[in-house]
Each structure stands twice: as structure tokens, then as C-alpha cells.
Write a protein that binds this ligand. Structure first.
Ligand code: UT7
Length: 312
């Protein structure tokens, strides 16, 4: 019992914020940002643009790509950490926006930057149990809601956007979401967290140290579980938090740099949307091809981390 990817779509807000734009409003430089993070641009949602707005556009594009309507979908799982409303879920609001009429279930997963892997883990469980035929997985974030422009150490790191993937149940266990692993360590929650006044608090260097070990750990677990090595994997799509973390993780795993999908330079860190946006980007640009195997490690606040193995 498995799944297959039958549609994808993404949305990035129109406004692009460059490193040079940051130079004008805070004590930072393009050189520092590029050297320390690999980031060059990020998309900023408009003031009145919400997570639901972005998620609904990405979802509709995924439906168009699959040649379907929302009522062909049996469930929405949305990874988000930045919804404007505490309730109802972004997933349910997307159902409403797209005019769903079948009372199909929808819910959000709050896994921060590992959110889309947690969502894939849930989707895989539902497919394995044979409970749902088609699941839409959304990653959508307005991280700029939390950006403190007085804190240069975090302000430059984040961007907004949304991506959606549609998976359909399949009798083959070797396509779609083949395997997932998710982990969490709540003892370290204060390394990276949201504050009561909706700002980001992060110990960057400590978070960095954990990211460069946790992502390879989860990726290695998945490869060992699947009985494969780095040679069998066509692409690695790591969570896009920092190019140095991405390159160091790939090196630890024995992946050549030309097998890594990188969007952190264009999108910066979009948290729970990052991996979904990166896959959409790679498919849109014909980088990833049908039949290829993708390893998907992620790491974020919680601490949470995990990985997925996906065949397109
Ligand atoms: O997505 C969830 C997971 N998140 C992550 O994995 C992020 C992990 N952490 C990181 O990516 C890195 O720690 C950062 C990119 C956040 C920071 O890079 P770093 O190399 O760890 O820098 P640092 O925090 O050790 O700061 C080094 C220096 C400091 O100055 P002093 O004390 O050496 O004089 C900072 O004040 O860089 C300074 N600095 C900046 N300078 C210019 C911090 N932010 C900036 C900035 N522009 N924007």
C-alpha cells in the first residue's frame, strides 16, 4: 500500500525583498547574509495577504495540475506555524475557499520547519491503512508575521509562501511517500521558539549545531530502513534554512552537491512551506523527473526533525 504524486502547485507573494533592501533598513550587508546563509532574496506577503490566501492559491494550482476539483480530494493536511487565526485550521479554511461540498476532513500540523515531513508522515499512515484515496498536503507560512526588524540576527532569514502536493493511494509501496521518520526533543524547545508577543527567538549557533547532525541522522535512518545508499537517491531536498547547513549535511551523507535542490537563495527560510516549495520549484523547472527518488530531511523548532523518501 502506498501512494503516488498526481499534482503540485505553489504560490510566492509578489514582493521580493533583497539583501540590499535589508542593508537600507538595518545594520547588515549582502556579503554577511550570503556568506552566512546563502540567502539573496525572499518573498514577503502583502500586509493584507494571509496564510489561507496563499495556501488556497497553491491548492488550486495543484488541483489544476492534477486536472481535478476540490471535491476529488478526500482530506487536506496543512503544515503551518503562522496562521492568523487560532481556529479553525488553515486546512478547513482552504476547503471553504475552494468550495468543497463533501464534508471531507481537513486539519493543520504544527511541526514548524519539520511540519511538511510530519504532514507526509500522517498522509503515509492514512494511505498504509487504506483509509483515504486522495490527500492534499499543503505547506503554507507567513513567517514575516514574526519578523522583528530590530533583530538583524533573525530578520533576514525568513520568507513567505505556500506549496501544495496531491497524493493518490496506490497499490505500489515504491512510489509517492515511500517512507517517513519524525522525531522531537522538547527539552530543547527554547533554542528556537515563538515569543508571547509573536516574535522569533533563536540561539542561531546552537540551532545550527543541532541542524547539521539531526538532518543527516534522519536521512541515514530512512536510507538504512529502505536498504539504499546515497548512490540510489537521485535528489536530496533538505529543509532550506541555511546553505551551509544544507552543504554540510549533504557532505556528511556522501551526496555530491549537484544532487541537492537549493531554493534558500531565492526563498530564504519558509519554514513549513520550504520543502513543498522546493519540490514545486524543481518540478516546474524540469530538474526532478518522473520516476526519480528523493530524500527529504528537515529540522526545526521543537526541536523537531525527520525525513521522507519519495518517488515522483
Ligand atoms: O529553520 C529552522 C532551523 N533554523 C536553523 O537551522 C538556523 C540555524 N542557524 C543559522 O543558520 C546561523 O546560526 C545564523 C545564520 C542564524 C547565524 O550565523 P552564525 O554564523 O551562526 O552567526 P552568529 O549568530 O554566530 O553571529 C556572528 C556575528 C555576530 O557578531 P559578533 O558578535 O561576532 O560581533 C552577530 O552579531 O554576526 C553578527 N550578525 C550579523 N551581522 C550582519 C548576526 N546577524 C547579522 C546580520 N548582519 N544580519
Amino acid at each position: 500500500m502506498g501512494s503516488r504524486l498526481i499534482g503540485y502547485g505553489s504560490y510566492l507573494p509578489e514582493k521580493i525583498m533583497t539583501n540590499q533592501d535589508f542593508e537600507k533598513i538595518m545594520d547588515t550587508t549582502d556579503e554577511w547574509i550570503v556568506q552566512r546563509t546563502g540567502m539573496r532574496t525572499r518573498h514577503f506577503a502583502a500586509d493584507n495577504e494571509t496564510v489561507v490566501d496563499m495556501a488556497a492559491v497553491a491548492a488550486q494550482r495543484a488541483l489544476d495540475n492534477a486536472g481535478m476539483t476540490i471535491d476529488d480530494i478526500d482530506m487536506i493536511i496543512c503544515a503551518t506555524t503562522s496562521p492568523e487565526l487560532d481556529f479553525p485550521s488553515v486546512g478547513v479554511q482552504v476547503l471553504g475557499r475552494l468550495g468543497a461540498s463533501r464534508n471531507q476532513p481537513a486539519f493543520d500540523v504544527r511541526g514548524a520547519c519539520t511540519g511538511y515531513i510530519y504532514a507526509m508522515h500522517c498522509a503515509r499512515a492514512f494511505f498504509t491503512a487504506g483509509m483515504h484515496q486522495r490527500i492534499m498536503l499543503i505547506g503554507a507560512e507567513k513567517m514575516t508575521r514574526f519578523v522583528d526588524f530590530n533583530d538583524r540576527s533573525t530578520a533576514v532569514l525568513f520568507g513567505d509562501g505556500a506549496g501544495a502536493l496531491i497524493f493518490e493511494h496506490s497499490s505500489s509501496g515504491y512510489s509517492g511517500i515511500i517512507d517517513t521518520v519524525v522525531m522531537a526533543d522538547g527539552r530543547e524547545f527554547d533554542m528556537l521558539h515563538g515569543t508571547p508577543d509573536h516574535k522569533i527567538a533563536m540561539n542561531g549557533p546552537e540551532t545550527y549545531k543541532r541542524a547539521v547532525t539531526c538532518m543527516p541522522e534522519a536521512a541515514s535512518y530512512i536510507m538504512e530502513h529502505a536498504g539504499i545508499s546515497a548512490d540510489n537517491v537521485d535528489w536530496i531536498i533538505p529543509h532550506q534554512a541555511n546553505l551551509r547547513i544544507i552543504n554540510s549535511g549533504a557532505q556528511r551523507l556522501g551526496f555530491p552537491l549537484n544532487k541537492i535542490i537549493v531554493t534558500v537563495d531565492k526563498h530564504a527560510n519558509t519554514s513549513g512551506a520550504s520543502g513543498v516549495l522546493a519540490l514545486s520549484y524543481a518540478l516546474d523547472n524540469d530538474i526532478i523527473k518522473k520516476g526519480q527518488l528523493i530524500l527529504y530531511p528537515a529540522f526545526g523548532s521543537g526541536l523537531t526533525w525527520g525525513a521522507a523518501l519519495i518517488r515522483i
